[in-house]
Design a protein around this ligand. Sequence first.
Ligand code: ATP
Ligand code: MG
Ligand code: ZN
Length: 454
Amino acid sequence: MTYVPFARKYRPRFFSEVIGQEVPVRILKNAVRSGKVAHAYIFAGPRGVGKTTVARILAKALNCINPKDGEPCGKCENCLEIDRGNFPDLIEMDAASNRGIDDIRAIKEAVSYTPIKGNFKVYIIDEAHMLTKEAFNALLKTLEEPPPRTVFILCTTEYDKIIPTILSRCQRIIFGRVREENIKAYLKKICDQEKLECEEEALSAIARASEGCMRDAASLLDQASVFGEGKVNREVVESFLGILSVDKVSGFMKLLLESKVDEAIQELRDLYNKGYNLSKFWDMLEEEVRNALLFKSLKDPTGVLENTESYEEFRDYPLEALLYLENIVNRGRLEARTRPALDAYELAVIKTLIVKEILPVSKALTKVPQELSGEPKREESLEEKIRSGLSPLAYKAIERAGRREEDGKVIFEIEEKDYETFKEEFEKLKRQVPQIVFEPRKKKDQRKDTTSLF
Ligand SMILES: Nc1ncnc2c1ncn2[C@@H]1O[C@H](COP(=O)(O)OP(=O)(O)OP(=O)(O)O)[C@@H](O)[C@H]1O
Ligand SMILES: [Mg+2]
Ligand SMILES: [Zn+2]
């Protein structure tokens, strides 16, 4: 028997088998059930998420002899022929390879014939955005006066490239990327049916690497099972994909957050020497940092992030440290474009030396006066105290005064006259701020080594 790749073997044959496209499936099933099928649909969405698959199921549901509740029966002659790919009223066309007007003419001609066998003639035009302008125009004429019992399904990964006049004549159905957990469940099902031994983590790695694309997920699993001779375990998958598990990436991220630069650089070199694709690793790191940031900043991250539990470990790092890290990692990626990747990433790692010192703003502020602030800041806060503790006139006297520091005290040498005038105020202030001393000073014997305060 010839080998059928998983992606084909496990292509859904019923709406109910389609994974993760609840909205498109519901709309189409309802349309079939209620007999309100549009003349033309646009199936838009990323590659490998089920557009062609669903288009075929729709064709089946429309032509099935015994449809049930919007689903095809899967057993009648029409269903079987569609599954086998030899049903005369289902015409599939790949616009990427048949781009010309002649192909569209062929469609237009075919359209004038009524369905041969089924209820509907269904045209599936894959990669519809690749049609030439002329082809689009020819198609447009057909869509303007749609022949009865004909359904066009234009599938595209690039919705923006389809001209508005076509768009306005089609019902748009949006297909989304499939969520990681759904991909994982799909892979698990394949493993069960194929009796493949698989590790949970291996499936997670594949699901993640396929980035929402079911076709990629299926074929990665296919390759991994061949590579691992029937066993799909994490190590096999990782080395096979040339990627690293998320655990490794988040472990590395932790090293950076804790400024363990030696270890991080060692790790980076290890990966490099083992032949891993560092840029891919860095991309994963960037994503991990971004996710940790989302986790920390959103009130309810569960709607946005998958596996929120795995980000718990970053909860205690200050947001500021994560933001700073994000910046460094991002810069590292940009720099890797203009110099050897390892150099760029090592430099980025070195820049994380101070990440550990970063405090949340709230904490940093309370620490400023004693520990962190330099001279200028202390003066500032002292100035505030003085300014608020004195009347404007007395304050002016301070401005005129000299100033020196001794044993941690700040001594103001006030002109004698000022001193006498504002004595009471000064004394009151001194009780509040014991660090300050006021002394009278004779105008003539101004000290050389004093400076004005402000
Ligand atoms: N939603 C899904 N549920 C289950 N399997 C799916 C789904 N989407 C894709 N697949 C699997 O991926 C394969 C490819 O899917 P399909 O051809 O429908 O993708 P597509 O969206 O038309 O992609 P492209 O834009 O590349 O044509 C299918 O054979 C099937 O195995
Ligand atoms: Mg397709
Ligand atoms: Zn049927």
